[in-house]
Design a protein. Structure first.
Length: 404
């Protein structure tokens, strides 16, 4: 066999292996021609476009045009099964019909990765089947230099719908547990909540009675009455705020993310346990860093974590003669830490690895869900929680990422 024949045989063998892999692997493969996209990108550069990400974000129609310019050369059998249509024919045009608008940013990201010299790109996104059904996928693309130069691209699509549904179910179950724990925690704090509500109500009654006395005098003192009526209004708002906090804590709803200032959350959470601290003669020490970065979080869930840690700390100090609850906050700009410290006996070393396990408890009447739920809430916020022993007592440290 001549050298030329040998080379041609190796090429045929390579093509055969490639085709076997193309058809046999449990991945939807698409062989694409993106020469049209290359021409569009060259035209953009010629007109002075430098920041492709910003340009695509400002002009989503261009992303749709790039999809329409990306032609399908071939797909494997699994692609026909996954996207429907019965055979390849409905798939052999542009990729645009298979990309819903909600996934524009992923397609744009893959284009930017290709022209930036990155070897590959991967992201989860929704894609659309021939019948219009949308499903969750893991989209992957590789950019070998020789293929990019030739204007061809191989992408892979994996259906991750079942995993996404399982994750959504897990999140719903975790939310249900978190709500049940909040309601249970409010039950434990009934005396504290009643005390907090009773204070402004008692002040309202006292000020109202005094105001009536000033008005019933032979010469009514209107200035004193106005002052007392203003105090009644302020105490009424204070009582309403307490009721609103309790209602938010007890309400069954989906987690709602928003801009959160953690020092404010700490203050709101500690208001729930103020009476508990007074009843157990616990001194509160706050060491809160000013001007903490804002985080993206669910205010009620974060309050729940702080309340849970504070209640645990108060209960842990019951046998101690000196009781001090220390709550700290700090930040390095990228992340925020909250520490809840007590002066109790500390945590037995053998229990430290299991503290955040579901149903693990050292309390006679405990369910063992409080700390497990705290961990799930903090991890859902992209953070972490850990427990450590101190020279005196223990500390629970929560770390959360600051908003970008």
């Amino acid at each position: 066999m001549s050298e030329r024949d040998n080379t041609e045989q190796k090429l045929r063998d390579s093509e055969y292996r490639y085709r076997n892999m193309f058809q046999a692997m449990a991945v939807s493969f698409w062989e694409l021609d993106f020469k049209g996209v290359g021409a569009m990108l060259r035209e953009m550069r010629a007109t002075g476009v430098k920041d492709l990400a910003a340009h695509f974000a400002a002009n989503p129609a261009i992303v749709r045009d790039m999809m329409a310019a990306t032609r399908v050369l071939d797909v494997n059998d699994l692609t026909v099964t996954l996207f429907g249509g019965g055979d390849k024919a409905p798939l052999m045009d542009s990729v645009e019909p298979f990309w819903p608008d909600v996934s524009n940013h992923v397609f744009a990201g893959s284009v930017i990765a290709a022209v930036s010299g990155k070897p590959s790109f991967m992201a989860e996104c929704k894609l659309r089947a021939v019948d219009g059904r949308e499903f969750e996928t893991l989209f992957t693309a590789c950019f070998p230099a020789e293929s990019v130069a030739d204007g061809k691209l191989l992408i892979g699509v994996i259906d991750v719908s079942e995993r996404v549904r399982a994750q959504e179910m897990l999140q719903r179950v975790q939310a249900e547990f978190a709500h049940a724990a909040r309601v249970s925690m409010l039950g434990e704090l009934t005396a504290s909540i009643a005390h907090e509500v009773n204070q402004p109500l008692a002040a309202i009654a006292t000020n109202a009675s005094a105001g009536l006395r000033w008005l019933n005098r032979p010469e009514p003192n209107l200035d004193e009455a106005r002052t007392l009526i203003a105090n009644v209004g302020a105490d009424a708002r204070r009582a309403a705020d307490i009721v609103a906090r309790v209602r938010d804590m007890a309400q069954h709803r989906k987690p709602e993310r928003g801009a959160v200032q953690l020092n404010a959350v700490i203050g709101e959470a500690l208001a729930f346990v103020r009476h508990e601290m007074q009843h157990h003669e616990v001194a509160l020490v706050l060491d809160l860093a000013p001007d903490l970065p804002i985080i993206d979080g669910d205010r009620t869930q974060l309050q729940q974590v702080i309340v849970n840690l504070a209640v645990n700390a108060i209960q842990a100090m019951a046998p101690s003669t000196s009781r001090q609850l220390i709550v700290r906050s700090a930040s390095d700009g990228e992340k925020i830490t909250i520490a809840v410290e007590d002066c109790g006996p500390g945590i037995p070393p053998e229990n430290l690895p299991r503290l955040f396990e579901s149903f693990f408890t050292t309390k006679d009447n405990g369910m063992g869900m409080g700390l497990a739920i705290c961990r799930s809430i903090i991890e859902a916020h992209g953070g972490s929680i850990e427990a450590r022993n101190l020279d005196c007592g223990a500390t629970f440290v929560v770390t959360l990422p600051a908003s970008a």
